[in-house]
Design a binder for this molecule. Structure first.
Ligand code: G3I
Length: 684
């Protein structure tokens, strides 16, 4: 077996990753039996290989599974009193039964399942179901959604969008969902986009990948770049919770709400302002001493259609009346939203993506532009300055490394500044890929705007692993991640050279588990950020902090069974010929049927520092390590070898280093009491 890098985290030892109760920010009950089964299932499928570094240690756990083979509806129910939901032997995706939905009178009617006691806050679930129309029914499409409520507030969130169903064949619908809000009602349901066809569902599953602790001991990005610029991430509410929240506060000194402050979120209907998610993000930032960038007051996307409708409800055309109406809506929006956050937001993307270098005047032909000309930009900046006088006001755009685009942006900013429009800064989104943009073009962009006397920020950086819009990989190779790291490093080198001009650098996302690039330009696996899907540091992270990336890769598997419980610890400090001064504490931090979480601390009891360590022991009862953090490991039969990482290899005299792991056991789980350190027996 090849050693695998993995890592540590605060709260380590408190609970196994599957024991989600401690991560919840809700008072809802955790089904204990489910937890035990879940973790056992996780350990049952150890699947890592050097070819799949992106999903290391990510055996999914089944939280809910309904196959209808027992002849019941397995707690599925109709959404209304009209339709009938019943177990059916007519067709089955697998086995002999499915769930039939008949007698529908509205397209929204369909089968629904209560998830209130099974879905946990902050955990990303994959929700999947097989769906099929009755033979002979006309093709239609279905979607799978979550309905969540808290008090009177109801939200419907699409997990799998409209998916074509063909009569007589099964179609799988699968998507991911993270509950980020407290709820007192939570269901999943399937409906059709239109029509009232009868349909069947089968083999519904809701799975998740157990979280592992974040790497507590690696350098914090905000410290590494403290003398250069604040460093940020774009987030939603889900990124404030559990390990995500820990990663965010450890590394980032500024954040941007990825969607929560956009017009569709803050003013979905005219003059009715909602800040539920945005306020939660700002409260988190304030509590964790993180500065907030506002994004965005004016954009052509994610703006509700009512904004561009005239008094009669028709789409606006370019008339004086419509211009007046649109500018008044714009002013009202900014007055409210920027005013609401006047004390909280230090920089606003006032207007976003207004440039189109393909136009002779370089200006995007959005409805904003066609109805108001440049006045929407003038109004936006003027009102923002008035209601948020302490915020730096930015114009933000992508592809500023492309000469024609940056020239058009430069010309616009020059013109508006000469008119006295209060533009303080230019935001460079910096969405790139492993081969693009070049350092030279990035330097050219930053150099060009420095001459304008404006602040600059990198506002939305990510590096796609794809260089085209059509390729798709099931796994991302280590070579590709290394190429990505090289690009990150090259661009951060340019940023560092321009640190006098740059007042922040923000990544467009926290970690690879949640990135817009998973659905744009097509749905595919993309891993564009600095932390992987399990929030662990990637080569890109190490490249920008200027340290060698610890090597990664392993193959491991584990099996789980049995049912017992125990919790204990043992210390070892044995003597033998060839001994070294150390004391090892091995403890079982938690144990459940088939699985356990181990914690190991290596104490240096000598007088000299230990520089790099390899710890060895033998399991007495066939235990198998499935995943390990804060060290690399191999296991051959009962013999375990754990090696230090770059960041915890040195143990000062009197100091200690620790790591944790998940393991499987069966029958007995005797703790080892004898250890070797760097080939010699530990002797305290
Ligand atoms: O809110 C709905 C939810 O109710 C529904 O269930 C779900 C199902 O599709 O959609 C949700 O809306 C999605 C929204 O993100 C929030 O998750 C939209 O479909 C989706 O299109 C939207 O994508 C956002 C995109 O802007 C929209 O243009 C991305 O998350 C966001 O990261 C991205 O950010 C932009 C910057 O604002 C500007 N620069 C480019 C950048 C990347 O496109």
């Amino acid at each position: 077996m090849v050693p695998r890098r993995n890592a540590p985290g605060p709260g380590y030892g408190a609970n196994p990753p599957g024991a989600k109760g401690t991560r919840m920010r809700t008072s809802r009950r955790v089904p204990v039996a489910l937890l035990a089964l879940s973790v056992a299932a996780a350990l049952g499928v150890g699947v890592w290989s050097s070819a799949t570094p992106v999903k290391a240690g990510t055996a999914p756990v089944t939280a809910v599974s309904t196959d209808f083979e027992d002849g019941t509806t397995q707690n599925w129910a109709p959404r209304s009193t009209d339709e009938t939901v019943a177990n059916s032997p007519t067709v089955a995706h697998d086995g002999t039964h499915s769930l039939a939905v008949t007698d529908r009178t509205e397209s929204w009617q369909g089968p629904t399942l209560d998830l209130l006691d099974t879905m946990e806050l902050g955990v990303q679930y994959t929700i999947a179901a097989w769906v099929r129309l009755a033979d002979g029914d006309a093709s239609t499409s279905a979607r799978l959604s979550v309905e969540r409520r808290l008090g009177d507030a109801v939200n419907y969130e699409t997990v799998v969008g409209d998916t074509t169903l063909n009569a007589g064949s099964w179609t799988q619908m699968s998507g991911t969902y993270t509950l980020a809000n407290d709820v007192d009602f939570l269901t999943v349901y399937v409906e059709t986009s239109d029509g009232t066809s009868s349909f069947f569902i089968d083999d519904f599953t809701m799975t998740y990948v157990p979280a592992i602790p974040i790497e507590a001991d690696i350098p914090a990005l905000k410290d590494v770049f403290a003398d250069s610029f604040p460093i940020g991430a774009a987030v939603g509410r889900a990124q404030l919770l559990g390990e995500h929240g820990q990663l965010l506060s450890k590394h980032f000194s500024t954040l941007t709400a990825g969607n929560a402050m956009k017009w569709d979120a803050t003013e979905p209907t005219e003059d009715a302002f909602t800040y539920t998610d945005a306020d939660a993000i700002v409260a988190y930032a304030n509590a964790n001493d993180i500065a907030v960038r506002g994004h965005t007051l004016v954009w052509h996307n994610q703006t509700p259609s009512w904004v561009f409708q005239d008094a009669s409800g028709a789409t606006m055309t370019a008339t004086e009346e419509n211009k007046t109406l649109l500018l008044s809506r714009l002013e009202n929006h900014i007055r409210n939203v920027a005013g609401h956050y006047a004390d909280d937001i230090y920089a606003w993307d006032v207007v976003n993506e207004v440039i189109d270098e393909g136009q002779s005047d370089g200006l995007r032909r959005s409805t904003w532009y066609t109805v108001t000309g440049l006045d929407y930009i003038r109004t936006a900046f003027a009102v923002a300055r008035e209601v948020a006088p302490n915020a730096k006001l930015y114009i933000n755009d992508y592809n500023t490394t492309v000469a024609a685009k940056r020239d058009a942006l430069y010309d616009l900013v020059s013109q508006l500044k000469s008119e006295g429009i209060p533009i303080d800064g230019v935001g460079h989104q910096m969405h790139g890929n492993v081969d693009w943009p070049s350092a030279a073009d990035t330097d050219a962009a930053l150099t060009k705007f420095a001459a304008l006397g404006v602040e600059q920020q990198v506002t939305e950086m990510d590096i796609s692993v794809y260089t085209d819009s059509t390729s798709s990989h099931d796994t991302i190779s280590a070579d590709l991640l290394a190429r990505q790291a090289t690009r990150y490093q090259a661009l951060f080198d340019v940023y560092a050279a321009h640190q006098a001009d740059l007042t922040s650098v923000t990544l467009w996302g926290l970690a690879d588990d949640d990135t817009w690039l998973k659905t744009f330009p097509i749905t595919r696996l993309d891993l564009p950020l600095l932390f992987d899907e399990q929030l662990q540091s990637k080569p890109a992270y190490w490249s920008i902090i200027g340290q060698p990336s610890p090597t990664a890769s392993t193959t491991a598997s584990a099996s789980a069974s049995a049912s017992t419980s125990a919790s204990a610890s043992a210390s070892a400090s044995a003597s033998a010929s060839g001994t070294t001064a150390c004391a090892v504490t091995y403890s079982v931090a938690g144990q459940w049927p088939g699985g356990f979480q181990g914690a190991v601390a290596i104490g240096n009891t000598g007088t000299a520092a230990i520089n790099g360590w390899t710890l060895g022991w033998t399991f007495a009862d066939g235990q198998q390590i499935a995943q390990l953090w804060n060290g690399g490991f191999t296991q051959s039969g009962s013999t375990v070898t754990v090696t230090s990482e770059a960041w915890n290899g040195t143990i000062a005299a009197g100091g200690s280093a620790s790591f944790g792991f998940l393991g499987s056991w069966d029958g007995t789980n005797t703790m080892p009491t004898s250890f070797t350190l760097n080939g010699q027996t530990c002797s305290g």
